[in-house]
Ligand binder design. Structure first.
Ligand code: CTP
Length: 398
C-alpha cells in the first residue's frame, strides 16, 4: 500500500452527520498508508467532531470556514483542490449531495469540490427515509452521471433508531475504494481467476498432508486486480486470510476440489494466475476413523494429484497464463522447465527459505521468467507491490 499512497495528497471532506466520528478512523487508515491528508469540514460537521481532533491527527490545518481571518484560508480550498490526487466526502449529507448535484458553492467544502479535478468518492450517510427520498436519489443519480464515485451506504440499525439503508460503510471499505480510485483501471472488463493457499490431503478424519503456504501472495494479486478494475474469482485452499472485498471467493480443501473449481472457471477467464501451493500427492486411502499408534512404523501410500496448471496449459487458447515456482535450489533451471512444460506466459520464481521471501512472509523477492526468454529479477518488495508489478507485465502483454 505504501507505493500507492506515496506522495499522494488526499482531502477528506467531513459533513454534519452522526457518522462523522468514523471519519477520524478513516483519516488514520489513509495516514498510516503513507498519504498526506487534509481535512475540510462543514459548519455542521463541527457540531459532531471538533476541528482540533482532525488537526491534531492530520498534523495539518483544518479548513473549516471559507473566510477564516487567521491566515490564507480563503484561497486554501483552491490550492488543496489543485494538489488533490483523490477526495473522499464521508459522511456526505443530503444537503451537501444536493449542493454538489446543483453546482452550489456556499461554504469551504462545496466551493472546494467545484474546483477539484481528481476522483471524488462520495459516501452518503443519513436516515433511511431521507436516503430513499426521491430528491436525494435524483441528486445521487446526477452525481453518478457527473462522474463522482458513489459508495453505497450499508444497511443496518441507524443512530436515529430505525433500521435500513443509510449507514456509513466501515472505514476499511471506504479506504479500499480509495485505493482503487488511485490506481489505473487497466483491467476493466477482464475476468481474472486466481488460485491461492495450500491444499490439504486427508490421511484420516483428524490428519492431513499440507504445506505452510499462507495464501498471502494470491490474495494480494486478487485484491490488486480488483482494484485495477478486473472481475476477480479467487479459488483458495485453507487460509486464515479474510476474503478480499468485491472478489468472488471459492474456498476448497483438497487438490481435487481445487482442480474441479478451477476447471469449471477456465472458459470464463481471460487471465489465470496460479499461486496455489498444490499438493502433488494424496494418500491412496483415507482412513475412515482416526489411525491409532499401535505400530512402530507406518507407511502411507500416495498417489499423484492432477497438475492443474499443466491441464490449463493444454486448453490455454489465447488466455494469459501465469504460474509460480517456489524452489529451494536451481531456480532458473526449474522455473524455465515449468514455464515450458505448462505452456505459461510468465512464471514467477522465488527461493523459499530466505526470510524475505516464501511461505507466510509479507514480502517476496521474485524473478519473472517470460516465455520469450526474458528474465527480470526484482528487489525485495511487499507482496502487494509484487502483485502490481506482475499485473503491469500482464497489462503490457494483453
Ligand atoms: N501446480 C498445479 N497443480 C499441481 C501442482 C502445481 O496447478 N498439482 C501449479 C502451482 O499452482 C504453480 C506451478 O504449478 O503455479 C508450479 O508448482 P510447483 O509445486 O512449484 O511445481 P510442480 O509442477 O509441482 O513441480 P515440483 O513439485 O516437482 O517442483
Amino acid at each position: 500500500m505504501k507505493t500507492v499512497f506515496k506522495d499522494k495528497n488526499i482531502v477528506l471532506g467531513v459533513c454534519g452527520g452522526i457518522a462523522a466520528y468514523k471519519s477520524v478512523e478513516l483519516l488514520r487508515l489513509i495516514q498510516k498508508a503513507g498519504a498526506n491528508i487534509k481535512v475540510i469540514m462543514t459548519k455542521n460537521a463541527q457540531a459532531f467532531v471538533g476541528p482540533l481532533t482532525f488537526r491534531a491527527l492530520s498534523g495539518q490545518p483544518v479548513c473549516a470556514d471559507l473566510f477564516e481571518e487567521n491566515d490564507d484560508a480563503s484561497i486554501r480550498h483552491i490550492d488543496w483542490a489543485e494538489e488533490a490526487d483523490a477526495v473522499v466526502i464521508a459522511p456526505a449529507t443530503a444537503n451537501v449531495i444536493a449542493k454538489m448535484a446543483n453546482g452550489i458553492a456556499d461554504d469551504a467544502l462545496s466551493t472546494f469540490i467545484l474546483a477539484v479535478t481528481a476522483p471524488v468518492l462520495v459516501c452518503p450517510s443519513m436516515n433511511t427515509h431521507m436516503y430513499e427520498n426521491r430528491a436525494v436519489q435524483r441528486n445521487i443519480d446526477a452525481l453518478e452521471s457527473d462522474g463522482y464515485n458513489i459508495i453505497e451506504p450499508g444497511t443496518g440499525e441507524l443512530a436515529c433508531g430505525i433500521s435500513g439503508a443509510g449507514r456509513l460503510p466501515e472505514p476499511k471499505f471506504i479506504f479500499d475504494r480509495l485505493v482503487s480510485s488511485l490506481l489505473p483501471n487497466d483491467f476493466n472488463g477482464k475476468k481474472i481467476l486466481v488460485s491461492a493457499g495450500p491444499t490439504q490431503e486427508s490421511i484420516d478424519p483428524v490428519r492431513y498432508i499440507s504445506n505452510p503456504s499462507s495464501g498471502k501472495m494470491g490474495y494480494a494479486i486478487a485484491r490488486a486486480a480488483e482494484h485495477r478494475g478486473a472481475e476477480v474469482t479467487l479459488i483458495s485452499g485453507p487460509s486464515n486470510l479474510a476474503d478480499p472485498l468485491n472478489v468472488k471467493v471459492i474456498r476448497v480443501i483438497s487438490a481435487s476440489e481445487m482442480a474441479e473449481a478451477v476447471f469449471d472457471k477456465i472458459d470464463n477467464s481471460d487471465i489465470i494466475i496460479k499461486t496455489a501451493a498444490v499438493s502433488d500427492y494424496r494418500p491412496k486411502e483415507v482412513a475412515e476413523h482416526k489411525i491409532k499408534k499401535n505400530k512402530d512404523e507406518m507407511v502411507i501410500s500416495l498417489e499423484k494429484n492432477t497438475d492443474i496448471l499443466k491441464e490449463i496449459g493444454k486448453r490455454k487458447g489465447n488466455r494469459i497464463l501465469i504460474g509460480f515456482a517456489a524452489e529451494t535450489q536451481d531456480l532458473n533451471e526449474n522455473a524455465q522447465k515449468k514455464l515450458d512444460a505448462k505452456n505459461l506466459d510468465i512464471i514467477v520464481g522465488n527461493i523459499v527459505g530466505d526470510p524475505s521471501s516464501g511461505f507466510g512472509t509479507d514480502t517476496n523477492k521474485v524473478t519473472f521468467f517470460h516465455k520469450d526468454g526474458k528474465k527480470e529479477s526484482l528487489p525485495e518488495m511487499e507482496k502487494d507491490e509484487v502483485a502490481h508489478a506482475l499485473l503491469d507485465r500482464i497489462s503490457m502483454a494483453s
